[in-house]
Design a protein around this ligand. Structure first.
Ligand SMILES: CC(C)(COP(=O)(O)OP(=O)(O)OC[C@H]1O[C@@H](n2cnc3c(N)ncnc32)[C@H](O)[C@@H]1OP(=O)(O)O)[C@@H](O)C(=O)NCCC(=O)NCCSC(=O)CC(=O)O
Length: 296
């Protein structure tokens, strides 16, 4: 059997399983594809995202196993090529996030969107394309975990991190496939905005090195960044709740609000735990201190 036939067989199986599962979850309603994203790479079928996330998870398991088996400690000084790659990756993600945030906000204003309560409109092609780019950016973000593994920073490869990176790609595949516009604009604009600061933080962290004094000088705001990330999840949760209660069902698919609501609860729980472990549990003197210093 050739590679193409094998892919077709896998695609048939994955597509049937995914579409059947979503249909069951929606009480029998079939998941139709948006005209806007038809034919774009990685969206017509769930197979690319399922294979992408599966490969990502296998890579993480293999990476962690290798680090554990060889008893590798976090690098005290990484090779120059790795440092340059990390800086490049963060700069790309920073610039892309800025582009997506500004682009989505401009589109929302030009279509006279309200803060919440917006209907999906299959004629708003540019908005659909921006949300599709947002979905594709989730593949680029897999590189965050590759960086963590190459740096052997196992403390960073948490359940929170891996769960977030794996699940968000699947959720945004569903949105890109079915309803890339309307109420989804809010999560994408907000998250891109938050990611502008998150990748600026990581860019600075990668640039300033490991000296704790220098880090305190440039990265003191990490704690506030985590608070902003959590506030973002609260806003998404309130949006999902109010839309579930008050939004007419023809405007935006209700099952996506259900997913958003429970997903935000899970992220808030995991981030709450992260916040306590990193900024509260170590005691006030340690707040903001980078844990990796302990590993050196
Ligand atoms: C302040 C945070 C942004 C990051 O917390 P961290 O504990 O990871 O931060 P830290 O201070 O240890 O980060 C510094 C270390 O990260 C390395 N580093 C640099 N660039 C990186 C990148 N792109 N991905 C992962 N690590 C990276 C630096 O070289 C440095 O390593 P060294 O110390 O070796 O020199 C936090 O709020 C947060 O998000 N925590 C959750 C962890 C996480 O996975 N977040 C991202 C996905 S969740 C997400 O994205 C939610 C959202 O949508 O908002």
């Amino acid at each position: 059997m050739g590679a193409t036939e094998l892919y077709e067989q896998v695609d048939g199986f994955v597509s049937k399983t995914v579409f059947d599962t979503i249909q069951r979850f929606r009480g029998g309603e079939v998941l139709t594809q948006s005209e806007i994203t038809k034919g774009l790479p990685c969206v017509d079928s769930p197979t690319p995202v399922v294979l992408g996330v599966s490969s990502y998870l296998i890579f993480v398991i293999l990476g962690l196993t290798l680090i554990k088996t060889l008893d590798l400690k976090p690098r005290t000084k990484e090779p120059a090529v790795l440092k340059l790659f990390v800086i490049f990756h963060n700069f790309v993600c920073f610039a892309l996030s800025l582009y997506m945030c500004v682009g989505i906000v401009i589109e929302a204003i030009s279509h006279r969107y309200s803060f919440w309560g917006n209907a999906y409109n299959s004629k708003q092609i540019k908005m659909g394309h921006l949300l599709y780019i947002f979905y594709m950016s989730k593949y680029i973000e897999f590189m965050d975990t590759v960086i963590m593994i190459l740096k052997r920073n196992t403390r960073q490869i948490s359940l929170l991190h891996v769960y977030h990176h794996a699940s968000i790609a699947i959720i945004w595949w569903i949105i890109s496939y079915h309803a890339p516009g309307g109420e989804a604009y809010f999560s994408a604009a907000l998250n891109s905005g938050v990611h502008v600061f998150m990748y600026l933080y990581y860019l600075l962290a990668a640039t300033v090195g490991k000296n704790e004094k220098v880090r305190r000088k440039y990265l003191w705001w990490g704690k506030y960044l985590t608070q902003i990330q959590m506030f973002q999840f609260v806003l998404n949760m309130i949006q999902a709740y109010t839309d579930l209660k008050f939004l007419e069902s023809w405007k935006y698919p209700r099952f996506l609000f259900k997913i958003l609501f429970y997903y935000m609860i899970s992220l808030l729980g995991l981030f709450g735990n992260f916040y306590v472990q990193k900024y509260v549990a170590p005691g006030p003197k340690q707040a903001g201190k980078i844990k990796s210093d302990k590993a050196e």
